[in-house]
Design a protein around this ligand. Structure first.
Ligand code: 5RP
Length: 245
């Protein structure tokens, strides 16, 4: 499918790797530190020239002047759940692949949950979205999360979730890093690119990226570590050096 191939090449550079900045947290966490002023943070991040950004549709639509021609846009199309939800995995489709396409997206992002009450609905969403993505030539990025917190970086869960996402049609999978001893198991579970999410600010996200890349990950999709950094632009530049060399 030509459209998918062309758009995938906007997300991944010629070295097959990518630096994605995730700034989709407001949809469920509200105006947290680093993203209170959306336009200022967007400007700072885009100035560092990441390869792509994960954003919610409202943010994309209202900030096209800051984004167009500068960064690939990955539109988050699932959500409908906040920090106050009674169930963490209570996610639904919030907009269509077609709408994402119409507002300029180069890919769509869906959240996939494993092991909880929401698993069934969540995996069904990935399958249905994959079908739409195939029709429209749109890359599908699946972010796979174990529902139980005590399995959040469990390699068994993450490897299974990564494989399930691929089987349902994902073109790129985003997961939390499980550690140097176990992440190969995750990477070997699929023939599509896998990138790592960052988690809360605090640990050494650059060291984590170097480890994951050494094992064969294709890049990072970091959020809080970037937008909660003292210098967001510089942080992106450092990530680009780490991933692309
Ligand atoms: C929040 C997300 C983020 O895209 C993902 O978790 C990466 O962000 P962080 O590096 O802050 O964990 O899904 O909606």
């Amino acid at each position: 499918m030509t459209g998918k191939l062309i758009r995938m090449n906007r997300i991944l550079r010629e070295d097959g790797k990518t630096v994605i900045v995730a700034m989709d947290h407001g949809q469920f966490q509200g105006p947290i530190e680093g993203i209170k002023d959306v336009r200022r943070t967007l400007s700072n991040i885009v100035a560092g020239r990441p390869d792509a950004m994960i954003l919610n549709p409202g943010v994309i639509e209202k900030n096209g002047d800051l984004l167009g021609g500068k960064v690939s846009i990955l539109c988050r199309i699932t959500g409908a759940s906040t920090n106050y939800s009674t169930k963490f995995d209570y996610h639904r489709i919030t907009t269509s692949v077609e709408h994402a396409l119409s507002i300029g997206a180069d890919g769509v992002v869906v959240m996939g949950f494993m092991g909880g009450d929401g698993e069934n609905a969540s995996l069904e969403i990935i399958g249905k979205v994959a079908e739409e993505c195939s029709k429209l030539g749109m890359p599908l990025i699946a972010e796979m999360l174990p529902q139980a917190m005590d399995h959040f970086t469990d390699p068994e869960y993450i490897a299974l979730g990564t494989r399930v996402a691929y089987e349902l049609g994902a073109d790129l999978v985003k997961v939390y890093y499980t550690g140097f001893e176990s992440f190969t198991k995750v990477l070997e579970s699929v023939p599509v690119p896998v990138v790592i999410a960052g988690g809360p600010k605090g640990k050494d996200a650059f060291e984590m990226a170097r480890e994951a890349l050494e094992l064969g990950a294709k890049g990072v999709a970091y959020g809080r570590n970037v937008f909660q950094a003292d210098d967001q632009t510089e942080y992106v530049e450092k990530l680009l050096k780490t991933v692309h060399g």
